[in-house]
Design a protein around this ligand. Structure first.
Ligand code: ZN
Length: 301
């Protein structure tokens, strides 16, 4: 079976102020790219939104109450970077469900890709950096809750540290958090993941790919995972407006190919989320995210 793709049209349905930095149309456009490049209709899966009760597995009840009722203190809400709306909440719950579904599909099919996800700056009772609830944490928690002794590795290669994920699983031995990120970039106060690798501004392909390979190998040895949750953020790309690294388009492809290939070789299920990527030039941004789909195609077809 070809690699399952998880997507909902709601991902790109969010009214934002003009010139808002968030490339909300990228989800719809990446779906279109996949269809134009031969995705089969049987490959697509559509998530149903989580309910707030499910979100409690990693987030505080008081935070959820404030969020639902739009009662988060202004200065705290400002860190999120989105205007509050019912539409935002529904999109958030749908996207979090998508990552959970992708993880489940990966366990049965070997590999699955979510056309959203990677909201790794969401903490137990606060959000930041476009992240409100932590989909990676919700998916990992669901896997360990529902599968006796299952172990999960969250392998986060978005250019920003997965700080929310790191603190959420500080005391969860069955979930290992690993983040490879820019040293001098948001979040400026870093959390402690089980494994953190910081990269200097301007890092290029050769060094980067070496670091990814070595880090993934040792993370797998250390955590013995049944599932890798892979955040394939493309804000490491040299064209990215927030990234500060200097990775080429081919470097993106090679990273994704490497991670998927190592998982397959080691017989570990892999669920990927597309993660961050910030460019005003949406065509170029889609090409960057599409490298994950190309790598998956070349490994699994
Ligand atoms: Zn990012």
């Amino acid at each position: 079976m070809p690699v399952p793709f998880v997507y909902h049209s709601r991902y790109s349905q969010l009214d934002l102020p003009a010139r808002h930095r968030y490339p909300i149309q990228k989800y719809r456009m990446l779906k279109q790219w996949a269809d134009q490049h031969g995705a089969k209709s049987s490959q697509w899966f559509t998530p149903s939104p989580l309910n707030w009760q499910q979100v409690r597995s990693v987030h505080a009840q008081h935070y959820i109450d404030e969020l639902v009722n739009n009662r988060i203190e202004k200065s705290r809400w400002r860190r999120v970077g989105f205007p509050w709306s019912e539409q935002l909440l529904l999109r958030t719950l749908t996207s979090a469900a998508g990552t959970c579904q992708t993880a489940q599909l990966a366990l049965t099919e070997g590999c699955a890709i979510h056309f959203s996800g990677g909201y790794h700056h969401a903490h137990h009772d606060w959000g930041s950096g476009f992240c409100i609830v932590n989909d990676l944490a919700l998916a990992a928690q669901q896997i360990v809750d529902e599968n006796g002794s299952a172990r999960v590795l969250i392998f986060d290669t978005d250019v920003h540290q997965g700080d929310g994920t790191a603190t959420l699983f500080e005391n969860q031995p069955r979930v290992t958090t690993c983040s490879i990120h820019g040293e001098k970039n948001f979040p400026f106060t870093k959390s402690r993941s089980d494994i953190d690798i910081e990269l200097a501004k301007g890092t290029t392909d050769e060094h980067y790919l070496q670091v990814v390979e070595q880090t993934l190998d040792s993370a797998i040895k250390q955590s013995q995972p049944d599932l890798i949750l892979y955040d394939a953020g493309v804000d490491i790309y040299r064209q990215d407006e927030l990234g500060h690294l200097s990775i080429s388009l081919n470097g993106l492809y090679k990273r994704d190919h490497l991670v998927l290939n190592v998982a397959r070789r080691n017989n570990i299920s892999l669920a990927a989320v597309i993660g961050g990527g910030y460019q005003r030039n949406l065509e170029r941004l889609i090409r960057a995210h599409a490298q994950l789909l190309r790598a998956a195609y070349h490994i699994w077809n």
